[in-house]
Design a protein around this ligand. Structure first.
Ligand SMILES: *[C@@H]1O[C@H](CO)[C@@H](O)[C@H](O)[C@H]1NC(C)=O
Ligand SMILES: *[C@@H]1O[C@H](CO)[C@@H](O)[C@H](O)[C@H]1NC(C)=O
Ligand SMILES: *[C@@H]1O[C@H](CO)[C@@H](O)[C@H](O)[C@H]1NC(C)=O
Length: 208
């Protein structure tokens, strides 16, 4: 076995699995105005994320901030907009569509700000048309291509050669209006918001 063959899986393991297995809780904030960070470049963690039930932020061993959703697992935190009570999250493995197939925020303090109605489809490789429709690479394999679109009419026009895997209300951060199949959603961030506890006027809007 060459060195690169040994190192590569190890590297993948440490990048993708290690932080998730060893995620630890940030220290509790000692006061309302206290804030802490998992790493130098991460958004500050403060009320309601320190200590409030359901706001499960963790720090990974790589000093990244992650959010744990009980039914959907762990997501990387892109940004926390305290004044708007919104959080942007993405998939650490860059395969968001796979996460969206089982995404469910039931039982969490969060809700969707926007819903974009996405259709996920598969098609046997030999019938894929037209060839310039970009598939979702991480869900395609040697025999099937996997596609996503927010254009329902287009999705319907591809049946029955294409098969619908699932229709999902995606909490996108902007209104994707696609005319074609697109892989953009796979690399996007999801936008969740919380209403309670309401601290929009706590005067921390400009504190970073
Ligand atoms: C994470 O942060 C700690 C404390 O600041 C630091 O000692 C450590 O080197 C950092 N780890 C990485 C992977 O950046
Ligand atoms: C999420 O889970 C809840 C509780 O199991 C269920 O009632 C609800 O239909 C699910 N929502 C979605 C979008 O799958
Ligand atoms: C390829 O993907 C399709 C559709 O997602 C799945 O049904 C099939 O089992 C996969 N085949 C292999 C060899 O992984």
């Amino acid at each position: 076995m060459t060195l690169s063959k040994q190192v590569f899986p190890l590297l993948l393991f440490s990048l993708f699995n290690f932080p998730l297995l060893h995620a630890s809780n940030p220290r509790k904030c000692s006061s309302y105005y206290d804030s802490l960070r998992c790493g130098r470049f991460e958004d500050p963690i403060r009320f309601p994320f320190c200590g409030h039930t359901g706001f499960n932020l963790h720090c990974t061993d790589l000093n990244k901030t992650v959010l744990e959703l009980p039914m959907s697992g762990i997501f990387l935190v892109d940004e926390i907009k305290y004044a708007k009570q919104q959080i942007l999250i993405n998939d650490p493995r860059k395969c968001l569509v796979k996460r969206l197939l089982t995404f469910n925020i039931s039982g969490t303090p969060f809700s969707h700000r926007l819903n974009v109605d996405y259709t996920f489809l598969t098609c046997p490789k030999e019938v894929v048309m037209p060839s310039w429709y970009p598939p979702i690479p991480c869900l395609s394999n040697s025999t099937f291509s996997f596609f996503a679109t927010s254009n329902l009419a287009l999705a319907n026009s591809m049946l029955p050669s294409y098969q619908v895997v699932k229709r999902v209300d995606v909490p996108a951060s902007w209104l994707f209006q696609e005319s074609i199949f697109s892989s953009s959603i796979n690399y996007a961030s999801l936008l969740l918001e919380w209403d309670s506890p309401n601290c929009k006027s706590c005067g921390m809007a400009n504190m970073r």
